[in-house]
Design a protein around this ligand. Structure first.
Ligand code: AMP
Length: 398
């Protein structure tokens, strides 16, 4: 079975074609600048790479070019479109409308378009556009929606509710939904496999630390709490996002800076986080070199980040009544030793014996154990693979 995984943004479309028998990526690539002059498709397959510079006025043209690349005589990996058994679409937000991966029909699209757009105004309309484009070009191929939020659907009410008027929760669906669910699901199940244990018997804290960061408590394979909230603005401070902040401070700042509600939220999403603290960059590589060169605000940004991640690790160990494993993943989690060290230092009381030397080993893309051999709590670095989860969920549903 071959599954095409599609991740559509407003002007981009990334894809992977995955062979489910081997779980190998047969081809992958991405369209950039859809609807903007200078469109580009970079496509890889069959050991080669090709760049398409044809105009892509819309997502339909983009998906047509992706299919051309998949069928190409040099870099192509299939002979006919019929070899694609299904398409799995990544969707950021489901609200309470979809709890799990869903096969697409007209009713599903209607709910996606009418109910979920306002929950993720940048992402969900783009996913729907990508979906409709694929359905136009591949009308007989089954399509699924795989939601970033699904893995968090198992959170108990006490974890996902905000302390607001209950009627407002009911009326407007304002509650915690979480994010990065496919990543948390993937790395927690990979951790169980690596440790040769049943996931049902493990209490894991997964730290997806990238441009957006979220931490999840996974008890027995199920999410019981997560750090992101109604939107991906909540939790720890991130590249440019503030993370958790007193709502009154937002109103105060908006008043002082003369910002509307919308502008205040844009400010919190785009101008804050480690970029705002350091005044230098949202990129942790820049922050690390800044700190090494004595930049105190870079050091503060890194310090705050590790401290806040650690706070969630401790809180989630308490929530689960124990801890067997901490997993680091995503750009920062996989590549920034100083963050991992700072998060884990001081967690000896939980049974974490951190191995500073193993922590410095080169990232070769494999799972790395960075706790000492006898450590009660295992600390692992596990490269994430959200596309594979989308493909697996799609194959399972079919
Ligand atoms: P992501 O959103 O998962 O792509 O992660 C992006 C973040 O990961 C950025 O802040 C980068 O600074 C960080 N990152 C990516 N690669 C590296 C690397 N090789 N070394 C240090 N940080 C990295």
């Amino acid at each position: 079975m071959k599954i095409l995984v599609v991740n559509a943004g407003s002007s981009s479309l990334k894809y992977q074609l995955i062979d489910m028998e081997t779980e190998k990526v047969l081809a992958k690539g991405g369209c950039e600048r859809i609807g903007i002059p200078g469109s580009l498709l970079k496509a890889k397959g069959n050991g080669g790479e090709k760049i398409y510079t044809e105009d892509m006025p819309d997502h339909k043209k983009a998906i047509r070019l992706v299919l051309d690349a998949l069928l190409d005589k040099d870099i192509g990996v299939i002979k006919s479109m019929d070899e694609i058994d299904a398409v799995g679409h990544r969707v950021v937000a489901s609200g309470e409308y979809f709890k799990k991966t869903t096969l697409v029909d007209e009713n599903v699209i209607k709910t996606l378009e009418e109910k979920t757009f306002e929950l993720a105004p940048l992402h969900n309309p783009a996913a729907a556009t990508g979906l409709r484009a694929c359905m136009d070009v591949m009308p007989n191929t089954p399509m699924t929606l795989v939601f970033d939020t699904s893995f968090h659907a198992t959170m108990p009410e006490k974890a996902y509710m905000y302390g607001i008027d209950y009627n407002d929760y009911k009326e407007y669906g304002v509650r915690k939904y979480g994010a990065h669910g496919t990543s948390h699901k993937f790395v927690s199940s990979e951790a169980a496999k690596y440790l040769n244990k049943n996931i049902e018997d493990l209490k894991i804290v997964t730290c997806h630390l990238g441009n957006g960061s979220s931490i999840t408590a996974v008890d027995g394979g199920k999410c019981v709490d997560t750090s992101m909230g109604f939107t991906p603005l909540a939790g720890v401070l991130m590249g440019t996002r503030s993370g958790d902040i007193d709502a009154s401070a937002v109103e105060f700042l908006a008043r002082k800076k003369g910002l509307s509600h919308t502008d205040a939220v844009t400010y919190l999403n785009k101008k804050c986080g480690v970029a705002g603290i350091s005044g230098l960059s949202s990129d942790f590589r820049d922050l690390c070199s800044g700190m090494e060169n004595g930049n105190e605000r870079c050091a503060l940004a890194l310090d705050m980040f590790a401290y806040q991640v650690k706070r969630f690790v401790g809180a989630y160990a308490a929530v689960m009544g124990g801890l067997d494993c901490i997993v680091f993943t995503a750009g920062i989690g996989e590549n920034t030793p100083t963050v991992r060290e700072d998060v884990c230092t001081g967690l000896e009381f939980l049974g974490v014996e951190f191995d500073s030397k193993a922590n410095l080993a080169i990232n070769d893309g494999s799972i790395r154990e960075i706790s000492k051999p006898g450590s009660k709590v295992k600390v692992l670095i596990i490269p994430t693979n959200e596309e594979l989860v989308i493909a697996r969920e799609t194959a399972e549903l079919l």
